[in-house]
Design a protein around this ligand. Sequence first.
Ligand SMILES: *[C@@H]1O[C@H](CO)[C@@H](O)[C@H](O)[C@H]1NC(C)=O
Ligand SMILES: *[C@@H]1O[C@H](CO)[C@@H](O)[C@H](O)[C@H]1NC(C)=O
Length: 832
Amino acid sequence: MSKAGLRQRPKGKEKNTYELSGDEKREEKWPYANGQLDPYAKAIGAAVVIVMTVLITYFRYQQYLRDIIITPIDSPLIIPANGSSPTVNPSRFWGTYRPQAYFGVKSRSKTSPVLGLMWMTQLTNQMPPPLRHWCDQGDGLESYVWQKHDGESFGVQEIKEKLYTIKTEFLKQPGGDHGGDWSAKISFIPKDPTRSVVVSSFFYLALDQDNGQLESKITKGRLTSVSGWHEDLGTFEVQMPNIAAAEGAKAGEKPQVKYSYFVSYAKQLDQLKDILVNGLKVEAWDKGRTQPYFSLSGRRVPRDVAGPNFMVKQVTAQLPFTMEVIYQSGSFVDRQEELSKEKFTAVMQSKEQEFDAKFEKVFLLAQRGYKVNEINFAKSALSNMLGGIGYFYGSSLVKSRYNTEPINYWEAPLYTAVPSRPFFPRGFLWDEGFHNMLIRMWNSDISKDIIGHWMDLMNTEGWIPREQILGTEARAKVPSEFVVQRNTNANPPTFFLPLQSLIKEMIQSNKPSDKAYLKALYPRLRTWFNYYNTTQKGDIPFTYRWHGRDPTLTKQLNPLTLTSGLDDYPRASHPTTDERHVDLRCWIALAAGVMRDIARSLGQEWQSYDDTHRLLTDNTLLDKLHWSPKAQQYSDWGLHTDKARLEKPKPPPNQHPSQRPQQMDTDKIRVILTEPSKQFVNAFGYVSLFPFLLKIVDAKSPKLDKILTDITDPTKLWTDFGLRSISRNSKFYGRFNTEHDPPYWRGPIWINMNYLSLSALHHYSSVEGPYKERAKTVYSSLRKNLVTNIFKEFERTGYIWENYNDKTGEGKGSHPFTGWSALVVLMMAETF
Ligand SMILES: *[C@@H]1O[C@H](CO)[C@@H](O)[C@H](O)[C@H]1NC(C)=O
Ligand SMILES: *[C@@H]1O[C@H](CO)[C@@H](O)[C@H](O)[C@H]1NC(C)=O
């Protein structure tokens, strides 16, 4: 029935009947017209209505179920939509918020233009020589370290190539309505001044698609500046780098400097490097040199785009040389002086002094007797954490059991530190709680801003996707199979660690801003806690289980528990719904205690949190559920056998080799040698320590004594470099989880867990109990071992590492890894 044919009768006539027009009117000839329908037809009609209603309700309900995962929690945002805008937060608007680039700058606008550096050694025999842009371990740089960075107004970084060092200095100048100006000073310094090295710097500016406008100013064939407009930045001008003097030229030599530029278009920000490489052509440098010199080819804008959005200036010279980039905001009208030359140097100097003074005030390392190079190392660790903070915008791909295909989470910003600039330049939920133990010490406002952003990513179920891969630059770094996040899967709620420190301070100081912050956070925290307490609970009351373990995989020696954060740490060999995980129980106990304290200080109902906290920290119940009498340790419990190994699959019987399918999967598969049974999982390592790590074991419990004995036993966890992740005696120690996956949490020393160990030892050496003195002794030597080794490895290799080899102390895995490994600063400062 067309809508036009349906008209409501004028009022006063029968209710709920409709006047029919045209063809439909003929239906009135139906014998039972005038409302006297055949009872049979009436029944059919009613049935149809019911069926339709049921179907519609059903489909609506299905849609509702599918959408739950992407429905934000109904609670005001912690960081309102304008919270990162230059009007509300000018001091954090611009920053080095592209941790994946060696040097990259952007603003906290969701469609911010990006600026950054690429460079290339020229006149080599490579065709073309490697172009550096995104941090990449494959580049084999000797190091790249933010030596000082305050997370807000400035940063100084050194990037070390084999033949030269690049110093990138970033400095801001407040003013106007759009976050003010900033300048970058970039210096290329040869290691051996007698050796001739020619390097090209490519400094670029790019719009995120067509958000804004750029106009290049080209004078005498040189790109001198770019002016532009963007909705969140207003008008702006960027002075592109110039060399004041060719410092590299020796007396009497003609200075060798060449300029070129590229004005082009990039559809996506992750294509900048490829597009630039395509814009390179080979030229001769001078008559004396035969090696190729690569230079940019000028204007190349495709016809079908609105205009150029990617502009690059190439400066090539013999080392050393220094250049400045100056960004000026159009709304900054009363600027006294531009941020360059002597002014830049002077402001930078005072910023560095401020940084040094604040660093000592916060961490007291000089006072504690650390030497200058040790203090500089600690400054680098902190600065890399702060310099690694990024600003991302986009949506995660997520899936619940109601979705057949992954769907997009809502688009949102994320301001967060990252674990590792080359390898993990994006947000990770459980890392971030650790990061904020350090960040909050330096600048509690930055920390609140970060935690607020994360909490705003919570959906109505209380779930926060654990790995945040937002925006094209971030997605380009992740293989697609790892992109999708599932709402059944949790990750340790480590934000309760910095929140615990915050609430402790708040109870003492009663600072109104802290109280307001916790009050705003509270509804989200309540839902977050409830998510863990309900979705992650085990079959038996008051037990908990990590979800996301796959019992069907055949190649894994022990099915991974990615959700726990400890990936291949051995758990029950056969995942079941009644297994129980001691680490998760302890995390939830911690969370309940912090929730109680927050609720109580806000005058909210806190008794239920207190009840849950008491129950989960009750040592008798804990021991009953998780203490293995046989192994004398805290353990997971589940369907388990230790007797399993990886073997090459046997070929099907009675088959000649030539008859086998060519593509037969020959990867090793797991073979079970002894049938599993329900039991405690007797792998000894970090997971067994959790009741101790999170200070749940009673200070008077003899189990604490046993734990102290075990961690100091060199055949178990003790090494000269920190506590290893799993006992050297364990069957899983150093074992591959599949033919191709080397041990990860099966031996190496991890700094976040060692930080928790020190924190626990610090605690047990300050509360009364029979093991107080013992805890103190262990604390001192563990702390010394960790700090000494991380520092030694930094000096030796130029990097802070993802983890450390338990036999040699050598840094391993991704690097630089200045996420939680940077907690070494807190170990030095004894802040827990
Ligand atoms: C930011 O937005 C809030 C509403 O969400 C508004 O009350 C406030 O005035 C805005 N602040 C500024 C500086 O625009
Ligand atoms: C946590 O879950 C248990 C049930 O498993 C419940 O009894 C308890 O009240 C919950 N705690 C809170 C604070 O909601």
